[in-house]
Each structure stands twice: as structure tokens, then as C-alpha cells.
Design a protein around this ligand. Structure first.
Ligand SMILES: Nc1ncnc2c1ncn2[C@@H]1O[C@H](COP(=O)(O)OP(=O)(O)OP(=O)(O)O)[C@@H](O)[C@H]1O
Ligand SMILES: [Mg+2]
Length: 234
């Protein structure tokens, strides 16, 4: 029997009302992520990638359909339960990173661990390890304001990985990085996801990186379709 997917989206819908018109951003999106699987989500700007990740990450509720995390349906759970699941099971890298400005890089990454109950030394050691992996060993004491955009983004990735979440949802995590750093960071992220037996969805406009995922999908008219990188480009 097939293993329960880490994440299953089935028939997910999301419509925005724009004055008098309805925009059906998601119109029955289906997607399953298996343990150890890294899926790249590509598609033009406005296709609904961030919307899909928000719903999968329990940051917003679906209007129709279901989001199951490790076999548990989430759409009807109360906010408290959803927040708990999100904290324990999901690592989220926002499209526009939101680090805490008054804390150092190390403290930002250690924060989710401390909140989850790890001791300060353990949290800081794990944070240092993750920052090292992201090539930021010499930036641990810097506050976000003293880091470049790309460095901040790498701190945000390390933070999302801190609790070894079952699902990583990353919204253009390499958007601000130069090609070489993009490649290193993407590979490090994919490696961590696979090693932990977690699952990942990485939204990206970068097809060279998307190729390194196990599978590439796109959004067309609000639905998820497999994407063949060899025949099309955006
Ligand atoms: N709160 C909102 N109210 C109204 N429309 C919205 C809202 N959020 C998103 N949209 C619209 O939904 C569509 C999908 O947006 P989304 O941010 O998911 O796209 P995306 O694929 O992530 O694009 P990008 O590649 O530019 O990040 C867009 O047309 C956007 O204008
Ligand atoms: Mg987006």
C-alpha cells in the first residue's frame, strides 16, 4: 500500500472578489507530496503559487476542497488546532521574508526551537548549524538590517528548517540570490528536505533550479498540472 502523503490538496478552491468580478485563482487544485519528495511549483506571475502555498501552509482557509497534513483533514479544524499543526509540521519561507529586525540571525533561526520548548543552548547550536549550511557562519551575529537581501533570505530558509518540519513550503526562496548562491541554497534546502524524509514545495521562476526537483508542476486556470520543462518556457 502506498504511504500516506505528507500533504494532500484535493479540489482546493480560492476566489478573490475584485470589485464586481470574481477571480478564480484556484479552481480545483489537486496535489500530493510524498515523504522525501521535493516538488517545484512554476508558473507565471499571478498564476496562484503564493495563494496555493498559503492554503497548504494553513495560513489561510480553503473555500472549497481539503488540505490534509499527514492524513489529517484541516479545513474544519479550529484556529488553535490549525496554528498548532502549522507550528509543528510546517516550515514556511515567505516570498517577502519577515525576519525579526531586533534579533540577530542566530536568534531569528533559534526562535522557533525556543518557542517549541528546546533549551537555549540546543536551539542556538542547531541554529548555528543551519546557518553554516546556508553559508552564513560568519554572519550569525548580524541583525537583518545589516544583512543583504540574499543573506536575509538564507536566514529565513534556515529558520523554516529549524524544527525539522514535515513539510517545507518555500515561496521563491532564491528570488534575491545570485545564480551561484541560488544553486547552493536550493541544493542545501532540497538535501535537508530529502534527508529528513520531509516533503517540500518550492515555488520558483528559475527553471534551472526547478530541474533539480523530483517533480515539476504548474498552475493552469487554477489547477495543478505536471510541467514538462523541456517543451515550454515562461
Ligand atoms: N488578497 C487578495 N485580494 C485580491 N486578489 C488577490 C489577493 N491575493 C492575491 N490576489 C490575486 O490572485 C492572483 C494570484 O496571486 P498569487 O500571489 O497567488 O500569484 P503568484 O503566482 O504567487 O505570483 P508571483 O509569481 O508574482 O508571486 C493574482 O492575480 C493576485 O492579484
Ligand atoms: Mg507569489
Amino acid at each position: 500500500m502506498a504511504k500516506t502523503p505528507l500533504l494532500r490538496l484535493s479540489g482546493v478552491t480560492r476566489t478573490y472578489h475584485d470589485g464586481t468580478t470574481d477571480i478564480h485563482v484556484l479552481a480545483g487544485a489537486d496535489l500530493e507530496i510524498a515523504p522525501g519528495e521535493v516538488v517545484a511549483l512554476v508558473g507565471p506571475s499571478g498564476a496562484g503559487k503564493s495563494t496555493l502555498l498559503h492554503l497548504a501552509g494553513l495560513l489561510e482557509r480553503v473555500q472549497g476542497g481539503e488540505v490534509e497534513l499527514e492524513g489529517v483533514a484541516t479545513s474544519r479544524l479550529n484556529d488553535r488546532r490549525r496554528t498548532k499543526m502549522r507550528r509543528r509540521q510546517i516550515g514556511y519561507v515567505y516570498q517577502f521574508h519577515n525576519l525579526l529586525p531586533e534579533f540577530s540571525a542566530l536568534e531569528n533561526v533559534a526562535m522557533p526551537l525556543i518557542i517549541a520548548g528546546s533549551s537555549l543552548p540546543v536551539s542556538k547550536a542547531r541554529a548555528a548549524e543551519l546557518l553554516d549550511l546556508m553559508g552564513l557562519a560568519d554572519r550569525v551575529k548580524h541583525r537583518p538590517g545589516a544583512l543583504s537581501g540574499g543573506e536575509q533570505q538564507r536566514v529565513a530558509i534556515a529558520r523554516a528548517m529549524a524544527n525539522a518540519p514535515r513539510m517545507i513550503l518555500a515561496d521563491e526562496p532564491t528570488g534575491n540570490l545570485d545564480p551561484a548562491t541560488s544553486n547552493t541554497v536550493f541544493q542545501a534546502l532540497a538535501k535537508l528536505i530529502r534527508e529528513q524524509g520531509s516533503g517540500g514545495i518550492i515555488a520558483t521562476h528559475n527553471y534551472d533550479l526547478a530541474r533539480k526537483a523530483d517533480r515539476v508542476v504548474t498552475l493552469v486556470d487554477g489547477r495543478i498540472l505536471p510541467h514538462d520543462l523541456s517543451v515550454q518556457s515562461v
